[in-house]
Design a protein around this ligand. Structure first.
Ligand code: 13P
Length: 336
């Protein structure tokens, strides 16, 4: 693949309905996922699981990028091929999570994502290892007096600082301001918190001189809190998410790839499809799902070699369904 500029890389990842497989779970998060299927989280098991995902038939044509964790970008498949090469051979670009997780802000319940220290040196190594894009996740909580303006501006400022350093190292920054679904807030509260984040994020990116054409946004959708009694339906989620994005996201951003954030795999697909059926925007609207792509594959695998091909079929199916949703061509009847 001959991609010469940041905007070509960003545009390739979301071309023709393609989206991103988020496989960048840190070891503790991967351990949680493996605990749910009774599999020990060893380095080899993590490698085996991710290798089977990356080799799945349905990666081709449906997945344009894969986000990796530090351990994975250094690993080789059982036959000695580097996992980076396996991903490239599927027509997807390798990406890397570069933030260092969350630190509480004072004694509050809010957090600031860490990782700017030493980032420039780490990026140089990741570039040599084959990374074409990077991810940094900021976490914003809705609750009593939250999110605070301080938490929003500190986190969005850090995202913009990170994005600038990444572009200076010739990789595409994916900026992820995740407003958590956790809580019993209404969809209006989510709209309000997400608006405040996106407004602050794009003004910080512009202040730092980040090239928007070489950037990917990974936002949450606008949904009801997961414990809210009266859950918004698919049409409302789609319409409110689009209203919010159209208000705050510049037209020349090449791609918006949503996180799934705890939505079921079918909800994540249905919401994405509904937005693309409505249309009326310049960016590609696609997916960067972790759980919503992997959950059925994880359940099919159960840590057993003999289940590898059913796990691959499960991932391939979700990848295809989400590609169709990115083109507004999904239908529930395709799920059976
Ligand atoms: P989920 O789709 O499971 O939310 O994961 C995406 C991700 O990369 C979160 O940072």
């Amino acid at each position: 693949m001959n991609l010469n500029s940041l905007s070509e890389i960003a545009s390739y990842i979301v071309s023709e309905g393609k989206g991103i497989l988020a496989a960048d779970e840190s070891n503790p998060t991967c351990t949680k996922r493996f605990d749910s299927i009774g599999v020990e989280s060893t380095e080899e098991n993590r490698r085996d699981y991710r290798e089977l995902l990356f080799r799945a038939e349905g990666m081709k044509g449906n997945i344009g990028g894969v986000i990796l964790f530090d351990e994975t970008i250094r690993q080789s498949a059982a036959d000695g091929t580097s996992l980076v090469d396996v991903i490239n051979s599927q027509g997807a670009l390798p990406g890397i999570k570069v933030d260092k997780g969350l630190q509480p802000i004072g004694d509050t319940e809010e957090s600031l994502t860490q990782g700017l220290e030493g980032l420039d040196e780490r990026l140089k190594e990741y570039f040599e290892l084959g990374a074409k894009f990077t991810k940094w996740r900021a976490v914003i909580t809705i609750g009593n007096d939250m999110p605070s303006s301080e938490a929003i501006s500190a986190n969005m400022g850090a995202l913009a600082d990170y994005a600038k350093i990444v572009q200076n190292n010739n990789m595409v920054p994916m900026v992820e301001p995740e407003v958590l679904m956790d809580g019993n807030h209404s969809i209006e509260d989510c709209y309000d918190a997400t608006s405040r984040c996106l407004e602050s994020l794009f003004s910080s990116l512009s202040e730092r001189g980040v090239d928007i054409k070489g950037t990917i946004l990974k936002p949450n959708m606008i949904t009801s809190g997961s414990n809210y009694s009266n859950q918004a339906d698919v049409d409302e989620v789609a319409q409110k998410t689009l209203d919010c994005l159209k208000t705050y996201v510049p037209d020349d951003l090449p791609g918006i790839t949503f996180l799934s954030g705890g939505q079921s795999d079918l909800d994540a697909t249905a919401h994405l499809d509904a937005m693309n059926k409505i249309g009326g925007f310049n960016w590609k609207l696609s997916f960067s799902y972790g759980r919503a792509l992997q959950q059925p594959a994880l359940k099919a695998w159960m840590g057993k070699v003999e289940n590898a091909s059913s796990a691959q079929e499960a991932l391939s199916h979700r990848a295809l369904m989400n590609k169709l949703a990115s083109e507004g061509k999904w239908d529930i009847s395709l799920e059976s």
